[in-house]
Design a protein around this ligand. Structure first.
Ligand SMILES: Cc1cc2nc3c(=O)[nH]c(=O)nc-3n(C[C@H](O)[C@H](O)[C@H](O)COP(=O)(O)OP(=O)(O)OC[C@H]3O[C@@H](n4cnc5c(N)ncnc54)[C@H](O)[C@@H]3O)c2cc1C
Length: 358
């Protein structure tokens, strides 16, 4: 019997669990070890923040999904890994052994502020509790002008408006808002932010915090009561500690078969890996989802001694940002379109994704 361990209940592993609902693989024993019984879906975080969805609507019950897929479920956080001895240590003290292993543990938040006064929405299961504290705070400040920061800032503004809370939300970004989406998206999101009473500062970095004041490198002073850093992903320290090959930031280095460069029986997908031939691939749920079927196919191919297949990322992908009050910003390559229909489409896609796990 081959023992397969899936570490982390991220998007790629969800795809494997869904496959196992209808598939029986001979002589394979699968176990999922993950930090929480629930996997929270980030696509619906903005809607939860705004009060459009309840907590139960944005999370997948992994324990129930595993039981239906004949996969053993263990709630634990892996803190140490010895790839040579094929053992792992969990936070609970549990020791786990395997023949083949796959990591889909996501990423953290790349800001030291999470350790000082800031809140931290990662790992994902902390999101509801953290955002609830943040959105009702007197003067909330979000750091990070990428898609996640912008969505959460606009959703917080919309929620506060519904609660008749007077103070505005502030967003501080070290680059133009939605910089990686191009100029058209930046221009549009500035318009939306202004019409939603979101105060933003672009091309400014936090220099220091003085009592309840954020001071930026341009000398701007902003009063705050809560700071939420959404500054982009940070790698888990697990892979470096295990002496596995990583990229410069510490993400597990995998080739296009999603195998570790060092051990063919170590796989990885989603935010926690860096593909050696696509080092600049953005870390988002879209790629994590697309890697799922390739990951599963390759795990089965390795076990049965067949040639593995390659993951080829698509260049463009549809992105729909929720901008508050059931409106959305649709982007695809250079196309940028704003409207109510964009949010409705996003809602439909997100609900469909969640329903796959019921
Ligand atoms: C506010 C916000 C909104 C976003 N919106 C979108 C969006 O609309 N579309 C999009 O494509 N991307 C979006 N993203 C990015 C997206 O969330 C991530 O890129 C995506 O979740 C990565 O998926 P993953 O499978 O790598 O890991 P995750 O979804 O982060 O899952 C990781 C899992 O591993 C578990 N885990 C973590 N560490 C350990 C450990 N040591 N041991 C065991 N288990 C562990 C966690 O509990 C979790 O279940 C958003 C991000 C944020 C912050």
């Amino acid at each position: 019997m081959t023992k397969l361990l899936l570490i982390g209940g991220g998007h790629a592993h969800l795809s494997i669990l869904r496959s196992l609902l209808n598939e029986n693989v001979n002589n394979l024993e699968v176990t999922l070890i993950t930090s929480s019984k629930f996997q929270y879906y980030s696509g619906m975080f903005s809607g939860f923040t705004e009060g459009l969805y309840d907590e139960d609507e944005i999370r997948i019950d992994l324990e129930s999904l595993c039981s239906r897929a004949s996969v053993s479920f263990i709630e634990d956080t892996i803190i140490s890994f010895d790839p040579m001895q094929k053992v792992l240590l969990g936070f609970s003290g549990g020791i786990y052994s395997f023949d083949v292993i796959s990591f889909d543990i996501g990423s953290g938040i790349s800001s030291d502020l999470t350790r000082t006064v800031g809140l931290n929405i990662k790992p994902n299961y902390r999101f509801p509790e953290q955002i609830k504290k943040f959105r009702s705070s007197e003067s909330p400040v979000i750091i990070g002008g990428g898609s996640a920061g912008v969505e959460l800032a606009l959703a917080t503004s919309a929620w506060r408006q519904k609660q008749s809370l007077k103070n505005h939300v502030t967003l501080i970004s070290s680059s133009p808002l939605l910089h990686s989406y191009g100029n058209k998206a930046t221009k549009k999101i500035r318009e939306i932010a202004k019409s939603h009473n979101l105060v933003y500062y672009e091309n400014e970095k936090i220099d220091k915090l003085e009592n309840n004041i954020v001071v930026t490198d341009k000398g701007t002073k902003i009063e705050y009561s809560a700071i939420m850093p959404v500054t982009g992903p940070k790698a888990s320290s697990l892979f470096k500690q295990a002496l596995l090959s990583t990229d410069i930031k510490g993400y597990l280095l995998v080739d296009d078969t999603l195998q570790s460069a060092d051990y063919p029986y170590v796989f990885g997908a989603g935010d926690c890996v860096s593909l050696s031939i696509y080092p600049d691939l953005p870390k988002n749920g879209v790629y994590a989802v697309r890697q799922g079927p390739i990951l599963w196919n390759n795990i089965k191919r390795l076990i049965t001694g067949r040639t593995l297949v390659s993951f080829k990322p698509q260049k463009y992908y549809v992105s729909i940002l929720s901008t508050g009050h059931k409106h959305g910003l649709f982007t695809y390559g250079d196309y940028v379109i704003y409207g109510k229909w964009a949010w409705s489409l996003k809602n439909l896609i997100d609900q469909k994704f969640m329903n796959k796990h019921l």
